[in-house]
Ligand binder design. Structure first.
Ligand SMILES: C[S@@+](CC[C@H](N)C(=O)[O-])C[C@H]1O[C@@H](n2cnc3c(N)ncnc32)[C@H](O)[C@@H]1O
Length: 258
């Protein structure tokens, strides 16, 4: 009797041990197995954060800044508003770039070519790459080039994460009121850096977020500090911020010499 009870106890103990060991080997239920993993997440996505954003924002954040939505081509007329001459002094932007006749320049996020068409006559022996992701914008520029008989502009349909420019060719790149709406700012700047010649410069123009009197929605403005943080993150060097425009920062970055 005593021996029979002892055998039963031993059998139950072994059963318990087996159950415990099996449980320890099984994957915990709340951790997804390999097949449940989200394979669409790429390494590049780790630069970005997705959370609830502001009204009309994208909910996609880069280095703490919410990326703005892309301005559609239906807003093209707004880019050509006559008062822009006075409020944004585009001739001052072009003068600040100190272009040489044979320079090769890119206008990233060229829109209707407001700046491309002002830069092209300054580089008669060089070239301007007008880059945009919207073919409708490029068509507007094509028509304007034709009317003005400008032959040194090359239109480039960029991808949201790649301006599709040849390596080490640019003396300068200009981004006016465009960078803050790039959906993949990091990838765009990595490619831009490669497209610049060593020593080539980036001119970044963005509405001043530090100034509440600038009548532009916060999502479409940038602080100087934020712009510096984002562009230097890809290895560009900040050179100076020129205080020459009424509403915008004009910041100069440079691809370092090897
Ligand atoms: C507000 S508009 C500014 C246009 C022009 N720079 C100007 O100042 O008149 C911004 C332009 O950037 C373009 N854009 C947005 N994301 C882009 C990207 N990743 N690469 C190239 N262009 C882009 C948009 O299609 C739009 O034409």
């Amino acid at each position: 009797m005593q021996v029979g009870r002892w055998k039963r106890v031993t059998r139950v103990s072994w059963l318990l041990i087996v159950v415990v060991v099996l449980n320890a080997c099984a994957p915990p239920r709340e951790v997804p197995s390999d097949s449940d993993e989200d394979t669409t997440t790429s390494a590049a996505d780790s630069y970005y954060e997705y959370r609830e954003g502001s009204d009309q924002g994208t909910g996609k954040f880069y280095m703490g800044r919410e990326i703005a939505p892309v301005m559609g081509h239906r807003g093209a007329n707004w880019l050509e508003r006559p008062e822009r001459e006075e409020t944004e002094l585009p001739s001052r932007v072009v003068r600040a770039m100190n272009l040489q006749p044979s320079d090769v320049v890119a206008d990233l996020g060229a829109g209707t070519g407001y700046f491309t068409l002002r830069i092209a006559p300054e580089v008669p022996n060089g070239r301007v790459y007008a880059v945009d992701i919207q073919p409708e914008m490029l068509s507007i520029i094509r028509e304007r080039m034709r009317k003005r008989e400008l032959h040194n502009i090359k239109l480039v349909r960029g991808a949201p994460d790649d301006p599709k420019l040849p390596d080490s060719t640019l003396d300068a790149a200009l981004m006016v009121d465009a960078y803050h709406e790039f959906s993949h700012p990091r990838e765009m700047m990595v490619h831009l850096k490669e497209a610049l010649k060593p020593g080539g410069k980036v001119y970044l123009v963005e509405y001043r977020a530090e100034d509440p009197t600038v009548p532009i929605k916060p999502l479409h403005k940038m602080t100087e500090q934020q712009a510096k943080k984002e562009l230097t993150a890809v290895g560009l060097h900040w050179r100076r911020t020129m205080d020459v425009l009424p509403q915008q920062h004009l910041m100069v970055f440079q691809r370092p010499m090897p």
